[in-house]
Design a protein around this ligand. Structure first.
Ligand SMILES: Cc1cc2nc3c(=O)[nH]c(=O)nc-3n(C[C@H](O)[C@H](O)[C@H](O)COP(=O)(O)O)c2cc1C
Length: 192
């Protein structure tokens, strides 16, 4: 299902086409090459002092020896409901300190930029992504042994989109088919 941004203003097609579906195809897995391409797109994002504070942790359902199921179990109930068929999660974290030890106030901004690259790269590869903040960050921190210098920003579901009807809950199917909405541009521009 395509849900391009309903706008009369011409914008880049990849940006317009990116959205956050909930229905994923459980039979299709990402290749190592695809994951590398996604991460490479993030690598070329700009960052304060070129510090590149983003870090990505990839969890694949089919790999043994990783924490896929434990990460899944940390998702909120609402997210677990539609994530059942997701085969790859990417946990996005930012290093909060510059390499010289100073606090990096731009780390989260920079990591958001890198993640934006990744989301758009995914569209260009025919992949679907859905970022999630709804999960137990403390639990993830403990499971993965993440250091206090890392701030967790999101878990991104990545994979191939499937038909809305495959979601086994009518409310989810309805959400999947709902139109995409945004605030008016006027509201987003502060005029002084
Ligand atoms: C940081 C972040 C956290 C999000 N957390 C969740 C979440 O926990 N569950 C969910 O279903 N969607 C989540 N979303 C997806 C947003 O709801 C979605 O991006 C927004 O409604 C706009 O829809 P679109 O991405 O389809 O354009 C999150 C998005 C971001 C960027």
């Amino acid at each position: 299902m395509i849900k391009s941004a309903p706008t009369n203003i011409e914008i880049n097609k990849l940006i317009a086409d990116r959205w956050s579906p909930r229905s994923f195809d459980s039979s299709r897995h990402l290749t190592k090459e695809q994951i590398t391409q996604l991460l490479e797109s993030a690598r070329w994002a700009p960052s304060s002092m070129n510090e590149q504070p983003w870090r990505f942790l990839v969890f694949n359902r089919i790999d043994t020896n990783n924490h896929f199921q434990e990460v899944f179990d940390c998702l909120s109930e609402g997210n677990q409901a539609w994530c059942k068929n997701v085969n790859t999660f990417i946990l996005v974290v930012a290093l909060t300190k510059y390499s010289n030890g100073d606090f990096n106030a731009s780390a989260q901004f920079d990591t958001g930029l890198a993640t934006g690259n990744l989301l758009i790269q995914a569209v260009s590869m025919g992949l679907a992504t859905h970022p999630m903040g709804g999960y137990d960050k403390q639990k993830v921190k403990e499971i993965l042994g993440l250091s206090d210098d890392l701030v967790q920003l999101a878990i991104i579901a990545v994979g191939y989109q499937a038909e809305a009807e495959l979601l086994d809950n009518p409310a989810l199917v309805k959400r999947e088919k709902a139109p995409r909405v945004r605030k008016d541009l006027d509201e987003l521009m502060i005029k002084i």
